[in-house]
Design a protein around this ligand. Structure first.
Ligand SMILES: Nc1ncnc2c1ncn2[C@@H]1O[C@H](COP(=O)(O)OP(=O)(O)O)[C@@H](O)[C@H]1O
Ligand SMILES: [Mg+2]
Length: 328
C-alpha cells in the first residue's frame, strides 16, 4: 500500500554544554504510515517518541540535529525541506496535536478567531461563513455553548476543551496526516474516549492518516491498525494491532502488556518492568533492553540483535524470538 509518510534510518542527536560528544536519542528508526491508516508509536517515557516526530516536523530543539535518514511525505524528503516550505506543510497538509494544547494555541487570540483564521486559510469562505463554520466545528467536537465559547481565550477553557478545539482546528484543515503526541495523557479517561472518537471521525470524513504517539497500549488498541514499539531510541517490535495483542514477541512489549491495568485480575498488583530506560550516554553494548530483561542470556549482553521478520512484516529485535522463528 502507498505510504503517506515513510521514515527511513532516522538518527537524531543532541549536544550538551561542555561536551564534545553528542547524545543519540533516535538510532536508525524506520517507520511507514500507510495512506488512510493509523499507526501507533509506543514506549515508555524517554524512548525517543517525541524526538522522532519533532525531527520529522522540523521542530527539534536548538541543540538537536538530524544526523541521518529521510522522511518522505508525498514525494518530498521533509528532512531536506527549507523551513518556509515545512511551515506551509505544517499549517496545511500536516496537523499536529500535543499533550498540552496551550503550546499550540495562541494565548492572546480567542479560540473563535484562531479557528476562523484556520478555516479561511483553507477555503474561500468570507468572514461570516467562516464564523458559522467555526461554531459548527466547536459543536461537532462537543464544546457546550459553542457560540459563547467562540469568544473565549484558551486559558478560559479546560484542558479537555482546549484539546477538542485543537481537533476542531485539525478538522478545519482537513490534513493528509495528523501527528498526535500523547494527546490524551493529561485528560480524564472519559474525555480521552471522546478525543479518540473525534480522531476516528476526522479520519473517516477526510481519510486523514494518523501517527498516534502514546505510552498507553489501551489507546493503541482503541485506535491503531499498526504499531511500532520503541525502546531506547530504536524500534524493538512492529506488528499489526491484532498480532501485537495476540502474540507479541519482544520481552519489552510483553512487559508493557503485563503493565496494562485491565489485563490484571482484580486485586493483583500491577506489573512493572524492573529498572529504567538507559541513559543516552550509557547505552548497553548488546541488546539495549538486556539489563531489564528476565530472559537475557550472555549473548544478549554482548551482542546487539537486529530487527528480524517473524513473518508477514511482524518485526522483532530479539535473539530469543529470532532463533525460534529461524528453526520453525
Ligand atoms: N533538547 C534536548 N536536549 C537533550 N536531550 C533531549 C532533548 N530533547 C529530548 N532529549 C532526550 O531524548 C530522549 C528521548 O526523549 P523523548 O523523545 O522526549 O522521549 P518520549 O517522547 O519517548 O518520552 C530522552 O533521553 C530525552 O532526555
Ligand atoms: Mg514524548
Amino acid at each position: 500500500m502507498e505510504n503517506i509518510l515513510s521514515i527511513k534510518d532516522l538518527v537524531v542527536s543532541f549536544a550538551s554544554d561542555g561536551r564534545k560528544d553528542r547524545a543519540v536519542a533516535v538510532n536508525g528508526l524506520s517507520l511507514d504510515i500507510p495512506r488512510g491508516g493509523t499507526v501507533g508509536l509506543v514506549g515508555e517515557s524517554g524512548c525517543g517518541k517525541s524526538v522522532t516526530s519533532l525531527s520529522v516536523m522540523g521542530l527539534l530543539a536548538e541543540n538537536g540535529r538530524v544526523d541521518a535518514g529521510e522522511a518522505r511525505f508525498a514525494g518530498q524528503d521533509l528532512l531536506k525541506l527549507p523551513d518556509r516550505e515545512l511551515r506551509k506543510l505544517r499549517g496545511n497538509r500536516i496537523s499536529m496535536i500535543f499533550q498540552e494544547p496551550m503550546t499550540s494555541l495562541n494565548p492572546v487570540l480567542t479560540v473563535g478567531r484562531q479557528l476562523t483564521e484556520a478555516i479561511r486559510q483553507h477555503s474561500d469562505m468570507d468572514k461570516a461563513a467562516a464564523k458559522a463554520r467555526a461554531i459548527e466545528l466547536l459543536e461537532h467536537v462537543g464544546i457546550p455553548e459553542a457560540a459563547t465559547r467562540f469568544g473565549n481565550y484558551p486559558h478560559q477553557l479546560s484542558g479537555g476543551m482546549r484539546q477538542r478545539v485543537m481537533i476542531g482546528m485539525a478538522m478545519a484543515m482537513t490534513p493528509d496526516l495528523l501527528i498526535a503526541d500523547e494527546p490524551t495523557t493529561a485528560l480524564d479517561v472519559s474525555i480521552e474516549a471522546q478525543i479518540l472518537r473525534l480522531m476516528k471521525d476526522l479520519q473517516r470524513r477526510h481519510g486523514t492518516s494518523i501517527l498516534m504517539i502514546t505510552h498507553n497500549l489501551g489507546v493503541v488498541a482503541e485506535l491503531c491498525d499498526e504499531v511500532y514499539v520503541m525502546y531506547a531510541g530504536e524500534v524493538v517490535e512492529r506488528a499489526d494491532v491484532f498480532t501485537l495483542f495476540r502474540d507479541c514477541a519482544h520481552p519489552y512489549t510483553r512487559g508493557l502488556m503485563a503493565s496494562l491495568p485491565r489485563m490484571t485480575p482484580k486485586g493483583q498488583r500491577l506489573y512493572n518492568i524492573r529498572g529504567t530506560v538507559p541513559n543516552l550516554r550509557a547505552m548497553p553494548a548488546g541488546c539495549r533492553f538486556a539489563p531489564r530483561c528476565e530472559l537475557a542470556s550472555e549473548r544478549c549482553h554482548a551482542e546487539k540483535p537486529g530487527l528480524i521478520d517473524l513473518g508477514g512484516g511482524h518485526l522483532c529485535r530479539c535473539f530469543l524470538r529470532g532463533e525460534a522463528a529461524n528453526h520453525e
